[in-house]
Design a protein around this ligand. Structure first.
Ligand code: PEP
Ligand code: MN
Length: 351
């Protein structure tokens, strides 16, 4: 249910509504818009007394949210959410609304030297956030699984050195506490989109969460997973369309471009695309990235490697650094056509 306060409602009236929501055993989530405050009351169905809430001072109206996801819905928060990534030793990069984001880097951190080299290459190509897996979800238990904590430390050091926030996948609830001090953004992989315990755990942190869409998840399922994170008090969820399984077998996954306008209609959360994992091969990546941006995505996450044939993981889909650079020039133009701007690396470095 959402409680819309009238625009002149004083803080004391807002506090009273919050207290009443909590007394009824619900959680209150505040959304302060430009003109008014909206309070989301979330809890067991039937536990809220709508008539009582409507009668409180400063309340303009009380409206039930019809969608199964509440805090993720546009009804709860009308304006696009802008998520900040970074801070501390690295600049803050924004995504959402008019802010477009480019996350790039290797699929997995293989050693310190390769990470340093690729990180510089993606920064020179105008990526503003560095990616790199340290725990890898692999189909076979005998494939490279990632270098864990050591690689996480390299990621942090590299991000700090280059002034780039880092985004790293977390696979298990037991890794959250270990990773939180190092990362600027948690990535939840497609295979973990419905790992509800993990979603709750990252929801308790104050790090942004990049939530990939599951291989067989509907947009509704995906937004309900985002709701798990939001319901724990973490407002900073970035959605990521990375392709789904369909009957089409000419490509690894079908990047569902149509999910972008749907998500933007149903939700206020930023959404980016991952053309690398959808395509599974590098020659399709630029077109899919461009399609995602043209569909209204707030940016891209792409894998880059200077020697894909030597990559331990996802080599066939990794872009060569010069191709990545060229792609970013094109994506900046497309973003401009749709009223979005990618942050400039130089501008960030001074921030
Ligand atoms: C990845 O980003 O390297 C990854 C494994 O992605 P996904 O979860 O989308 O397959
Ligand atoms: Mn990968």
């Amino acid at each position: 249910m959402i409680i819309v306060m009238n625009h002149a409602a004083p803080d004391s009236a807002i506090e009273r509504v919050v207290a009443e929501i909590e007394r009824m055993g619900n959680k209150a989530h505040l959304s302060r818009g430009q003109f008014r405050t909206v309070i989301g009351a979330v809890g067991e169905e039937g536990s809220l007394d709508q008539a009582h809430l409507s009668s409180l001072d400063g309340v303009e109206k009380v409206v039930p949210i019809m969608k199964p996801y509440k805090l993720a819905s546009r009804e709860f928060h009308e304006d696009d959410t802008v998520v900040p990534i970074g801070g501390g030793k690295v600049p803050v990069v924004k995504v959402g609304g008019g802010h477009a984001l480019c996350i790039a880097g290797p699929c997995a951190v293989e050693n310190e030297e390769m990470l340093n080299r690729i990180a510089r290459q993606v920064r020179d190509g105008a990526a503003t956030v560095l990616r790199g897996g340290v725990y890898k979800p692999r189909t076979s238990p005998y494939s490279f699984q990632g270098l864990g904590l050591q690689a996480l430390k390299w990621m942090r050091a590299t991000g700090d050195e280059l002034g780039m926030p880092i985004c790293v996948e977390v696979m298990d609830t037991r890794q959250v506490e270990q990773m939180e001090p190092f990362v600027d953004c948690f990535q939840i992989g497609a295979r973990n989109m419905q790992n509800f315990d993990l979603l709750r755990e990252v929801g308790k942190t104050r790090r942004p969460v990049l939530l990939k869409r599951g291989l067989a998840a509907t947009v509704k399922d995906w937004l309900l997973s985002a709701e798990y994170v939001l319901s724990q008090g973490n407002r900073d969820v970035i959605l990521c369309e990375r392709g789904i399984k369909t009957f089409e077998d000419s490509i690894r996954y079908s990047m569902d471009v149509s999910s972008i306008p749907v998500v933007k209609h149903w939700s206020h959360l930023p959404v980016i695309v991952d053309p690398s994992h959808a395509a599974g091969r590098r020659d399709y990546v630029p077109q899919l990235a461009a399609a995602g941006m043209a569909a209204g995505a707030h940016g891209v996450i792409v894998e880059v490697h200077y020697c894909p044939s030597e990559a331990q993981c996802d080599g066939p889909q990794a872009l060569l650094p010069e191709v990545f650079k060229d792609l970013m020039i094109k994506l900046r133009k497309i973003a401009g056509l749709f009223d979005k701007t990618f942050a400039e690396v130089g501008e960030l470095a001074q921030a």
